[in-house]
Design a protein around this ligand. Sequence first.
Ligand SMILES: Cc1ncc(COP(=O)(O)O)c(C=O)c1O
Length: 363
Amino acid sequence: MNNKSVFVTMPSLAPLEEYMELLKGVWERGILTHNGPLVQQFEKEVNSFFNIKQSVAVNNGTIAIQMAIKALALKGEIITSPFTWVATVSAIQWEGCDPVFVDINPETLNIDPELIEAAITPRTVAIMPVHVFGNLCEIEAIEAIARKHNLKVIYDAAHAVGTNYKGRSALECGDISATSYHATKLLNTAEGGACVTTDDALHEKLKRIRFFGHNDKKDIVEEGFNGKMTEVNAALGLANLKYSAEVLADRKAKYGYYKEALKALPGISFQKVENDACNYSYMPVIFPSEAVMLHVESELNKSSIFPRRYFYPSVNTYTNIVKYQPCPKSEDIASRILCLPLYYTLPMQTIDTIIGIIKSSMK
Ligand SMILES: Cc1ncc(COP(=O)(O)O)c(C=O)c1O
């Protein structure tokens, strides 16, 4: 690693003085947590900026998924995608449920709705699709299946802040969506996340679960845990949120630039996005084979450029934690996909260098 290394991502950060200004208030009030004023303000501003009715800010995206499962009192099998981060599956298992993998559509990289019904059993209680790289899932098909079989839908929307669907935020889809404000995400609080539901009773329940199961009178009314976001994290989120429009526009422009430059290369493909329903928060490139991808990666590494094999491997192959269920499309894509560097402060000149190396290594 050296100063000139280029990594797959860098956090989008507001100017330090703006964060410090918010921290001054935290010091003055002496309130660090317990649904403090900055957490409340952060929720309000997120809701307004992303056009969401309400949200419950929590301490990370994994907890947000667990809280969603707990709030819906699910016990049984949850159908999910193997092409995801391990947290989707570990959250399901931590809540005592069993993940059932349904393969992906190799073009959208999201769960293939056409394969879902065949995986439903009498133990199925929910579907947990993932908006992979911020690309909206096939909402209507998924929700029609859920209605028909009386299943809940929880979206793993960790990547989907800023993705819209028919004028609504993707976060309002399903019974609950769980998102992440991790350092690598479009909007970050260092660590953080949120549960979003348009159902008021469920929203109140999620707030209680976040706070040990307390109601307003501090009685314990249900099983909860500690999902609280701190004031220090909320301050960072508030500072960063002001730049979200710029960050979204910048990633989209850079995504388009990379795509235009690389699309003619033999055997290269990109995630299929319908109706612009994506926040373009990652730059995934699918190579014709694992060998080609590994060669490109090693050529980039020689110039201290470190893209990331993501998601790799396909989560259904993590046999230390799950029973292997074959998902050939996910396993194939995972073997030859590479996420290229994409972040706000990434200079266009570096993108040109990356494009140049990829082109010459594929000659
Ligand atoms: C698809 C997906 N789901 C869940 C998570 C978990 O989010 P967090 O890191 O905030 O716990 C991530 C995290 O990076 C993710 O990529």
